[in-house]
Design a protein around this ligand. Sequence first.
Ligand code: TNX
Length: 535
Amino acid sequence: MSTLRAIGLLFFCLTTLSAQPYAITPKPAEIRLDEGKCTIGSGAFVHARDTMDPRASIFAKLSEAAGFALKMAPADASCAIQFLSADMLASSSKATKPQGEGYVIWIRETTINAYAATPAGHFNAQQTVLQLLEGAKKTKGSLTLPCGLIEDSPRFAWRGFMLDESRHFTGVDGVKRILDAMARYKLNRFHWHLTDSPGWRIEIKKYPKLTSIGGRGSETNRSPDAPVEFYTQEQIREILAYAKERHITVIPEIDMPGHADAAVLAYPEHDGGGFTKKDAPDKWPHFTFNPAKPETLAFLKDILTEVSQLFPDAGVIHFGGDEVHFGWKKWPELPEVQALMKREGFTELPEIERWFNQKIASDINELGLTAAGWDEIADDGLDVEKTLVFWWRHDKVNVLQQALESGHQVVLCPRRPLYFDFLQDESHKVGRRWGGIVPIEDTYRFPDSLEIDAKFWPQVQGLQACLWTEAAATQARRDFLTWPRLIAVGEASWTAADNKDLDEFMGIIPREVAWLRAHGIAAWDPIEKSPEVTE
Ligand code: TNX
């Protein structure tokens, strides 16, 4: 390279506003700029892959991002944008062949080539290409990008979001919008919290009262004529197909033995008792299932069996297991519990909880699935090869430590900084604050501040944000709480610790807030500080 050209290239790099020339979130692992510019014009051809579903929408999305029409390539046409197999990557690119979810994008003067070894890899490459086109310099009918090479692969396999449908119900369209946006940020696990005390939201054919009775009402509307809200099995299949096209795995949660009021209201014979609060006597007197009654255990097994058939690709059923101690006071009065205690020699309530969790986890394992639970299950002696622990109590790092030491795989979703019912700004009034709030910056920095022994990182499957909806009755409020913090989860779970750059990331946020709003999601703007949405 001549000195002049080298100086030119250096000057170009320095004058590029952000250190990341293509402004992509999540930030790719490696970006190398080359000399020259890539220009693509209106009507250019795109070569997609048969595995890239839904085929038709790829051209529409790429065209929207480019600002002009891009077309499906006829046979033998030369294409401006091509999705190719990993094997076609020329060694002259000096890139490493992509594997799994990873991809390589090579931007040359007239072509953008995206290479991957799997459909998930091509899908991730597609998300990056969309952002590349959106961010390109546009003139009428064409766009220009710096030439270069992107090599990318994720830090964690599990990049998740949990939605609480019980306290307040979202519905099919709202879930599809979430899945669309998750795909953009390369998030790949949708944990669906479908049952809890206020409402049971998943149709179970064998027990129709779960939804006809248990689906009525919400956290804030306990009246007898509140609407019944739930997903039919047909709607669930529709959502699963939608998620699958976006390479998102949906994990159902059926919470037990606590958070059970809605189910017990429908089938009172399974009541294990609960608790009432002085200020809210209607919550939650039937908080638990009877943990020892054979008919209740059979009922729960039937439900789990039906759920496993409805979610053939989940690989995991989450059975909750959280906060049982809030509602277990009546257990020792139940004859079935007394019989269990006598039979097993139990003297303490936690022994019953542990016995129940072992039973349910093995039911799930017998269905050929991994059992998942909140971190209360960490010391229940479950099969570590077949159980996944969700660490949520951020103030109990010892529980995480214990789960890891006993060999468990874990997903990190600590309240701070991954529960989105927490306030995201000091100026906001409605939301949780337990010793602190959850600003987007804290979410972005996680988990790099977490102190665990280096040898345990391979057991960390990844990260997940959780939106609990007790105080989120409207879609506008749920959007406000979720976005843009969920973008930070995308980058925190994709981008390696030493490659993260908070300033660069915050620089991309205005563009992404605009994208979300243009796609029907009422994101909060942390830069402009748009007004708080309280209802
Ligand atoms: C604890 S997280 C719960 C939820 C609440 C949430 C509110 C967990 C496993 N249980 O039932 O909605 O706190 O932040």
